[in-house]
Design a protein around this ligand. Structure first.
Ligand code: AMP
Length: 193
């Protein structure tokens, strides 16, 4: 594992605990000697996470679509800022440049990015670990929903197990290091398992 992709809200959230967690994640990744790949903005949790990783001496690569440059405000101090033409290009490049994926609390954009990378894992397009940092129980209802999807026969347990979770960054990184992808053929359809 060399670089971790972090998906996170462009908003700071209503409780300062989210900003603290974003900073802790950025710092922990940098202190582990890993690079950060993220969306390139200086707003919200995105900016806080990037600032903390940079302050801890880490390398931070931001990938931002040109059209969002003004709205999300490109971070001025990154190790590398890559401006791309579209959201699709952004997500593909983020996925390519990272060896693991973490979602901090966030909104629709964060959910979309997390689920895309999870569905790519389910299809065997990549075999990189994916997880959520469950800050103050933010993701708990989503994790319960995914369990319900397994119970109701819409998802295999193997697919469900692709989403790791931890309450603190160091534990999540440990889970990433211990992650062993199931053989690809087992992920393809519910009827195979
Ligand atoms: P949000 O969680 O809604 O605050 O968004 C977090 C990040 O996801 C922001 O950088 C958004 O620009 C980005 N985002 C929103 N929608 C998409 C999308 N469809 N594909 C890729 N990134 C997105």
């Amino acid at each position: 594992m060399r670089a971790v992709c972090v998906y996170c809200g462009s908003n700071p959230g209503s409780d300062p605990v989210y900003l603290d967690a974003a900073r802790a994640l950025g710092r922990t990744i940098a202190e582990a000697g890993l690079g950060v790949v993220y969306g390139g903005a200086r707003v919200g949790l995105m900016g806080a996470m990037a600032d903390a990783a940079l302050a801890a001496g880490g390398s931070v690569v931001g990938i931002l679509p040109g059209a969002l440059r003004d709205r999300e405000l490109a971070h001025p101090g990154l190790t590398e800022l890559i401006i791309v033409d579209s959201m699709h290009e952004r997500k593909a490049m983020m996925a390519e440049r990272a060896d693991a994926f973490v979602a901090l609390p966030g909104g629709l954009g964060t959910l979309e990015e997390l689920f895309e990378v999870l569905t790519w894992a389910q299809l065997g397009i990549h075999a990189k670990p994916c997880g959520v940092l469950d800050v103050a129980g933010y993701w708990a209802p989503l994790l319960r929903f995914l369990d319900r999807s397994v119970e109701q026969g819409f998802m295999t347990q193997l697919s469900r197990d692709l989403l790791l979770a931890a309450e603190d960054p160091a534990t999540l990184l440990d889970r990433f290091r211990a992650f062993e992808p199931a053989p690809r053929r087992q992920w393809l359809t519910a009827t195979e398992t």
